[in-house]
Design a protein around this ligand. Structure first.
Ligand code: MG
Ligand code: MG
Length: 270
């Protein structure tokens, strides 16, 4: 007899998913706004204040601000910072990469997604890390179909990035999304096929590979938030929100808005 850990997964109705689209799209629009301002010479706290104003002007609330005491609206994580970086006085410079992670709470539901931007000229090896991490996100999403389990998502991500000799952060995972910012199930970016919770219609998941160029090990800085790689090599992070509808994943979020802005500015997409 096999015992399974009891976890509470809140499946969403079609109506709830429709409501969630707006929260998620507000995140995509906020990332597009950030794309207009991001670049060399800009401080991370400037980006944060732009995002907060935009989110509130659109009738939302920044999901992250005050979440377990987090002090800002964006998590901004530069270079060897993996996730949960706190905006501050840091001035972006050419060659940096930065994960911009944003959450919006509106109409009772959260949206939560992220994009890693390039600042100025980023070297080829780091560009490849970004491209591969972004591609791995879509590999994970393709595995999110009814008939599969949560472990199939992680397996797909891990298998894809390990082929390029990158490593997967273990301590942080994707997650269910809904009335709470972080719901069950957690969605690791590593795993075994056929393991974990069954993927079901009505699941809404934030899939978010965090992929390191060097070793997989991370630690938390003394600020109580920022996660960094222990070997100080770069890490990349992309996040989409998906809903399982008619047996397969529909991506509720979009990078198109922000990438259109970057292209118009003559900047490279990741
Ligand atoms: Mg996020
Ligand atoms: Mg998330």
């Amino acid at each position: 007899m096999q015992f399974q850990t009891m976890i509470m997964i809140y499946l969403k109705t079609t109506e709830e998913i429709e409501i969630m689209r707006e929260s998620v799209l507000d995140v995509s629009k906020t990332l597009a706004l950030i794309a207009e301002y991001i670049g060399e010479g800009v401080s991370t706290k400037k980006l944060d204040s732009l995002a907060e104003e935009f989110i509130r002007d659109n009738g939302g609330v920044p999901s992250f601000k005050g979440y377990q005491g987090f002090p800002a609206s964006l998590c901004l994580s530069v270079n060897h910072e993996v996730v949960h970086g706190i905006p501050g006085d840091y001035i972006l410079k050419s060659g940096d990469i930065i994960s911009v992670d944003c959450g919006v709470y509106k109409n009772g539901f959260h949206g939560d997604h992220a994009y890693s931007f390039k600042i100025g000229t980023v070297n080829k090896a780091v560009s490849k890390l970004l491209r591969t991490t972004k591609e791995s996100l879509y590999k994970g999403i393709e595995a999110a179909v009814v008939g599969n389990r949560i472990g199939d998502i992680g397996y797909a991500v891990q298998n894809y990035v390990q082929n390029e000799r990158y490593t997967v952060v273990r301590e942080l995972t994707g997650h269910g999304l809904g009335k709470s910012l972080h719901e069950e199930p957690s969605v690791p970016n590593f795993g075994k096929r056929g393991r974990g919770a069954k993927i079901e219609n009505g699941m809404v998941l934030a899939v978010e590979p965090m992929i390191n160029m060097g070793k997989k090990d991370v630690r938390q800085l003394s600020d109580g938030w920022t996660i960094v790689t222990t070997d100080k090599l770069p890490s990349a992070h992309f996040e989409h929100d998906i809903a399982i509808i008619n047996g397969k994943a529909e991506i509720l979020s979009t990078f198109d808005l922000l990438e259109d802005v970057l292209k118009k500015r003559g900047m490279e997409i990741s």
